[in-house]
Unconditional design. Structure first.
Lengths: 203, 101
């Protein structure tokens, strides 16, 4: 299927943006900035989906990723030292092996993309992608769609169970000490009695 | 924009995500690597749907399922991070060396 030149140009720009911002995620100093780079990468892929006429999926990607990355940024600030990127930061292990593995994955998958013969069946001209997706979701594949909904509900319950303050075997943080404000320092302060910790739920 | 270039882009995203998931020490950055892998998978699914599958609606359905997987991964990942942080005060993978409690 041939796309007009402008689509190709846009695709090239967006592909570069997606790859560069995806790569910057792992080498920026600030973890909050890393989550925004990831958001840029996702939005570039979402626009490419819209270029491929999957409008619903592209727009759903925008909404979902915008919210998800905000949550991620909040967790970054909660958990990470150095959320603002004031100090240089490179927290990696097995670095060379990881680079080699990433390159190997790219070479193998890229080789599959370039060398194998895929059928050339572009979209029919009269197809309405959104209507066809809607008919599929509430038609033939309704069981799959509903199962996904049930699994999401199960996830919510599991998340609350995992992150709730008080578990079946007593308080979740029993016996643990808060970390010091500096390495080896005194504990930063024990949680107060009666603190129910409802703010830790992520939904 | 051909199927080959789209799949190359997806392969690049999956490769970067794989690198991140293997190399990062902090749990949240590790999850970002997993998200990038799923990003590439979704792009590949949409590319196949649009250019090779003659618009079979199951292609879009697959992308929706991957999106649900992504949401589940994110929520369960953060819940596990919270649970691990509560018990071990660990926010890097080296902080957990065993399953003992």
């Amino acid at each position: 299927m041939d796309y007009p030149l402008i689509v190709d140009i846009f695709f090239l720009l967006l592909a570069t943006l997606a790859v560069v911002s995806g790569w910057r995620v792992f080498c920026t100093d600030s973890m909050v900035r890393a989550s925004f780079f990831l958001l840029v990468s996702f939005i570039a892929v979402g626009v490419i989906m819209i270029l491929l006429t999957a409008e619903y999926l592209g727009v759903a990607m925008f909404f979902m990723m915008a919210v998800e990355m905000m949550v991620m940024a909040i967790f970054m600030v909660m958990f990470m030292m150095n959320p603002a990127g004031l100090n240089p930061m490179m927290m990696v292990h097995q670095h060379k092996f990881s680079i080699a593995a990433g390159v190997a994955i790219f070479v193998v998958l890229g080789g599959v993309a370039l060398l194998s013969e895929f059928p050339d069946n572009p979209l029919p001209a009269d197809l309405d992608p959104v209507a066809s997706l809607g008919n599929e979701l509430l038609g033939d594949s309704m069981l799959i769609f509903e199962s996904a909904g049930i699994v999401l509900l199960t996830t919510m319950i599991g998340v609350v169970v995992l992150s709730s303050h008080r578990g079946r075997y007593g308080a979740a943080e029993e016996g643990s000490m808060p970390p010091g404000l500096e390495p080896g320092g005194d504990p930063a302060g024990m949680p107060e009695e009666g603190d129910e910790g409802g703010h830790h739920h992520c939904h | 924009m051909t199927l080959a270039t789209l799949l190359l882009l997806a392969a690049a995203l999956i490769g970067i995500g794989f690198y991140g998931a293997l190399s990062q020490q902090s749990f949240v950055m590790l999850m970002m690597g997993l998200e990038l892998i799923l990003n590439g998978v979704m792009l590949a699914a949409v590319a196949f749907w649009a250019l090779s599958g003659a618009g079979a609606p199951e292609g879009q359905l697959l992308t929706i399922v991957v999106m649900a997987v992504m949401a589940i991964e994110m929520a369960m990942g953060f819940a596990l991070v919270v649970a691990v942080f509560r018990t071990k005060q660990a926010d890097v993978t080296e902080g957990i060396t065993g399953l003992k409690h």
